[in-house]
Design a protein. Structure first.
Lengths: 152, 152
DNA sequence: CTATCCATTGAGATTGAGTCTCAATATATT
DNA sequence: AATATATTGAGACTCAATCTCAATGGATAG
């Protein structure tokens, strides 16, 4: 179970899996997909769970450290995380119009990056690839209004 | 020249290339490589140039809009921009230890992304690929100190 | 059980990037 | 000159994220 992994990780550091940390872990894993700390915190609060904003941030940090959670990207509205345990690595397409996030994975693409790293004598540990553009639905709407896709 | 492009872009929008905008454009292009607004502003101020923080941000926005400058990524210390005119698109490797940024470009990688977009019926407009890890110099130092499970 | 140690918590203060407001100013048009 | 519109900058404001620190609580030693 996830909390077992977290617990072991914490104990190795001489730290404890407290009630607060458990709750935050559970909530983070409850949202299948992407989440941000502020929303997570607000949701927890609304549902009457007790955990401070500080603890949310602190715990997410720990969860990242032990690999159960990962920072996906930073936006103007804060950092986006996602649950990582048992999920395959993937990259993202983000629709500039509706905000939809499409996940994808390409073995080929990953291999290619490894090759490039080798070439540059760089030891890659992680990466983020974000492709911005328009999803199928929005692309059709967007066609008509000409080039310069930087509005709204 | 760059300011000609900017001027034309502005005029098309019924706006003017003012003295402030000129200075900011010049300064942004002066730093070969990456820069962030706060540093740019501080440097300009230190060197006695007159342009407010607000103008720096506003102008960078405009420069992005017309493609002369591009947002490279968001870090915990703010947004990183780079000058784009006359420079080929490229992606980045960032050393987690010394902060060095290595630029690279791979035709193959770009083509592959196009293919993936097609496959997902997504109209890609731009992308950012950031590979985090350790550069040659730091990798050797880092070997010995184990831990830090910042896996992928 | 009591004393001590140390991790943890949470309320609120603080930081810092980025945006917004608005009165003053500059430029263009008539 | 008068009017209209674009621009600027000081500073207020927003908001994510971090920091501070007194209070709490679990673990362990005596
Ligand atoms: Zn990937
Ligand atoms: Zn994802
Ligand atoms: Zn690329
Ligand atoms: Zn670059």
């Amino acid at each position: 179970m996830d909390s077992e992994i977290f617990k072991r990780f914490l104990e190795e550091k001489g730290q404890r899996l407290t009630k607060e940390r458990s709750v935050i872990l559970r909530e983070a894993f409850a949202c299948e997909g992407h989440f941000d700390p502020e929303t997570l915190y607000a949701d927890m609060k609304r549902r009457g769970m007790k955990a401070s904003r500080a603890s949310v941030y602190r715990t997410l940090s720990l969860l990242c450290e032990c690999g159960l959670v990962e920072k996906v990207s930073k936006t103007e509205h804060g950092t986006i995380y996602e649950q990582r345990h048992g999920r395959q690595h993937h990259d993202h397409m983000v629709c500039l119009s509706c905000g939809k996030v499409i996940e994808f994975y390409s073995e080929h693409l990953e291999k290619l990056q490894d090759a490039i790293c080798r070439e540059k004598n760089f030891t890659g540990k992680s990466h983020t690839l974000e492709i911005r553009g328009y999803c199928g639905v929005c692309a059709s709407h967007h066609d008509s209004e000409g080039e310069n896709a930087n509005d709204r």
